[in-house]
Design a binder for this molecule. Structure first.
Ligand code: IPM
Ligand code: MN
Length: 352
């Protein structure tokens, strides 16, 4: 019997509801895989911050750091100024645990509606590998003459050989292990002539060790265009933090929306954190109408990272079958409640 310690960070808004569904599925299926989970709940989030002014404490870090993986619901609270929780919790955890990859599969499951005309599940199936620790997210910059008409604000994109190299190596290894044929570098070498020149040189160097994998390059603006017009061109896309943030929201939309899009903040040598990529959806909180599939998909990615590939696949199949039964993937329009959707996924796994 294998045993995994999982830290749950249900967080804010609808986060707890979706994490609940994922945990329900894991609790009720684990014995089929001879697995035991030890779940620990952590109350990080907006409510705790408002009560105690605490974001992430050293005790939190110790607790989360001693787990095998973290499953996050959502961070974001209507009464907290935008930026505080995102920076103080989400980005902070990504950095503290050196989760240097943000892995975001963009897969349109059969029967799920996409806003792209004439595109189906055979066309939309790629993965974005986003650098997750630096670039414009590094926090380098500052103000001079704050609050005056002479104010200057800078925000620099930090690009180190080490971080780029490990990200690109990850992308090629991911392609190799998942039978993907092509890796596309998404950057802006025509304008970011230093930072993205470095990305391109490393991309070319690393690609030489993977002669069987095709390579391609797209400027980020063109990649946005092709993701809409010819998403079938993409297989694995590797990109920097900011561009990865932007193109994965576009990716989430073409795969059916935030109700289904999941991602992993991965440290292959450490503790990884998995999350539905949508927000905390405060207006749907407590109504049992939010779509839990994205969080269940995050749990499936988590199992994959833990090495439980079959278990991960079975949950993904449950998601695919359940998605087909929903009237829509959007909150409030599913034709089923949050807990019914969780039950539907659970029963398809148990029926296997
Ligand atoms: C995401 C989010 C975060 C990001 C925000 C909330 C800081 O948009 O996970 O994509 O920009 O990375
Ligand atoms: Mn984002």
């Amino acid at each position: 019997m294998k045993k995994y310690n999982i830290s749950l960070l249900p967080g804010d808004g609808t986060g707890p509801e979706v994490v609940n569904e994922a945990v329900k599925i894991l609790e009720n299926t684990k014995s089929n895989y001879d697995i035991e989970f030890n779940f620990t709940n952590n109350d990080l989030g907006g409510d705790r911050y408002l009560k105690s002014n605490e974001l992430v404490t050293s005790k939190d870090l110790e607790e989360l750091g001693s787990s095998d993986a973290i499953l996050l619901g959502a961070i974001g609270h209507p009464d907290v100024k935008p930026g505080i929780l995102e920076q103080g919790i989400l980005l902070n955890l990504r950095k503290e645990f050196d989760q240097y990859i943000n892995l975001r599969p963009v897969v349109l499951y059969p029967g799920v509606e996409t806003p792209l005309a004439n595109k189906g599940s055979e066309d939309i199936n790629f993965t974005v590998v986003r650098e997750n620790t630096e670039g414009l997210y590094a926090g380098a910059g500052g103000y001079i003459h704050y609050g005056t008409e002479n104010e200057v604000a800078t925000q620099e994109s930090i690009n180190t050989w080490k971080a780029i190299n490990r990200c690109i190596v990850y992308a090629f290894e991911y392609a190799k292990q998942n039978n993907r044929k092509k890796v596309t570098l998404c950057a802006k070498t025509n304008v970011l002539t230093y930072a993205h020149d470095l990305w391109e040189r490393i991309f070319n160097d690393v690609s030489e060790s993977y002669p069987d994998i095709e390579t391609d390059y797209g400027h980020v603006d063109a990649v946005c265009m092709w993701m809409v017009k010819n998403p079938e061109w993409f297989d694995v896309i590797v990109t920097d933090n900011m561009f990865g943030d932007i193109i994965t929201d576009l990716g989430a939309m073409i795969q059916g929306g935030m109700g289904i899009a999941a991602g992993g903040n991965i440290n292959p040598e450490g503790v990884s954190m998995f999350e539905p990529i949508g927000g905390s959806a405060p207006k749907y909180t407590g109504m049992n109408v939010i779509n839990p599939l994205a969080c269940i998909a995050a749990a499936s990615m988590m199992l994959n990272q833990l090495g439980e590939e079959q278990y991960a696949k079975d949950i993904e199949n449950g998601i695919i079958k359940t998605a087909q039964k929903l009237e829509s993937l959007s909150a409030g329009k599913m034709g089923m409640s949050t807990s019914d959707v969780g039950d539907a996924v659970l029963s398809t796994i148990l029926d296997n």
